[in-house]
Write a protein that binds this ligand. Sequence first.
Ligand code: NAD
Length: 439
Amino acid sequence: MKIAMIGTGYVGLVSGVCFSDFGHEVVCVDKDPNKIEMLERGEVPIYEPGLDALMAKNVEAGRLSFTLDLEQAIEGAEAVFIAVGTPTRRGDGHADLTYVMAAAEEIARTANEYVVIVTKSTVPVGTNRRVKDTVSKANPALDFDVASNPEFLREGAAIDDFMKPDRVVVGVENDRAAEVMANIYRPLYLREYPIVTTDLESAEMIKYAANAFLATKITFINEIAALCEKVGADVKQVSKGMGMDGRIGNKFLHAGPGYGGSCFPKDTKALARIGQEHAVPMQITEAVIKVNEEVKRRMIDKLLDLCGGSFNGKTVAVLGVTFKPNTDDMRDAPSLTLIPALVGGGAKVRTCDPQGQHEGEALLPGVHWMDDPYTAAQDADLLVILTEWNEFRALDLSKIAQTMAAPRMADLRNVYTVKDARQAGFEAYDSIGREGFAE
Ligand SMILES: NC(=O)c1ccc[n+]([C@@H]2O[C@H](COP(=O)([O-])OP(=O)(O)OC[C@H]3O[C@@H](n4cnc5c(N)ncnc54)[C@H](O)[C@@H]3O)[C@@H](O)[C@H]2O)c1
């Protein structure tokens, strides 16, 4: 089966590579010549564990190729996937569908035989119908169907998530399109991964509802964490006790510096916007967006407290800038709120991140990039653990404390404990939803 994949970002590239590993012939197309040049050289433009090896294997097998030429990609394809970005539109929170609709028009101009146009991008309810109308208008003679196939992979674990999904969601209007989609996902179906087949609108809604729910769960525990700090409870124990309840589950109950990343911030805003447009306000989601901003602001207050009320003249070492470990993605990362507040307040910021420097350099002006946490912490007045990369989980804290000007730590991922910090010789330690200390 031949598949064309439009967009070679975090979702398009992973999906394209994995579909080729299923045995399909996949041509990935992107508008960005730099990305295509890199891919043709066998280089992966993003950091995603395991992707380079799987990509090389399938290119070698002759099933996977890359091109700038949409026509070449679509030629003979039974399905064309749209996996382009849907960022927040400036001003109103709506998902920006410019790239999706442009891709739909390009497909309409290029395709000349039956094809299923599959939207993998996260799009507001009704978008697949808009894609259908756009294609019909642009090419009335084209025989085609549309399908909604939202993606649930997590960056950092994307290949596993794609190959072993909790479920695959497919929204279609007829059996013909359903059959094409079933053929694409046959390897997963044979391994008994659930395929949920729905109408177009429900498939689109499932994605937003799922992401908004997860963002709500994180925000809920972050709010509980703030209360834990006031009443002397330990949010880690609270999460554990809550998560053991089968109705609640233990995932997404880790308190932290507020959610970020390429999906939750924009998808919660888009869902709120869809609700407003249909006069059904998404009040819970709207509250989640607001509380998450407050959580991020509270982090700045924590750092200020540890710096004695002012960042001016302080040296702060920040470990981790990506929005989570095992990715180089910086979109809406908490570091983009925290670090500018530090720099703006007059602090000298040194940072290190196993994969974030390439993206981060342009986004975080005025920051000094160091090779490892130990050099970053040298002579610092405050150590901030912002992203819980494995590299930061087993630090020699005594060594760090000895070289700091003032050994103080803000552990915004609850990686360490008061005991660890005291034993290592820190004079102050604060974390999320737990009691800290300051001598
Ligand atoms: N990143 C995630 O973890 C994730 C998870 C699930 C769903 N999604 C959704 O998937 C979609 C894509 O996200 P992403 O993170 O992969 O985006 P991305 O920005 O990393 O990649 C998008 C790619 O599409 C290319 N592109 C745009 N218009 C094009 C066109 N007309 N023709 C060819 N290429 C074009 C861009 O050059 C870019 O390389 C979004 O809707 C997102 O919400 C993302």
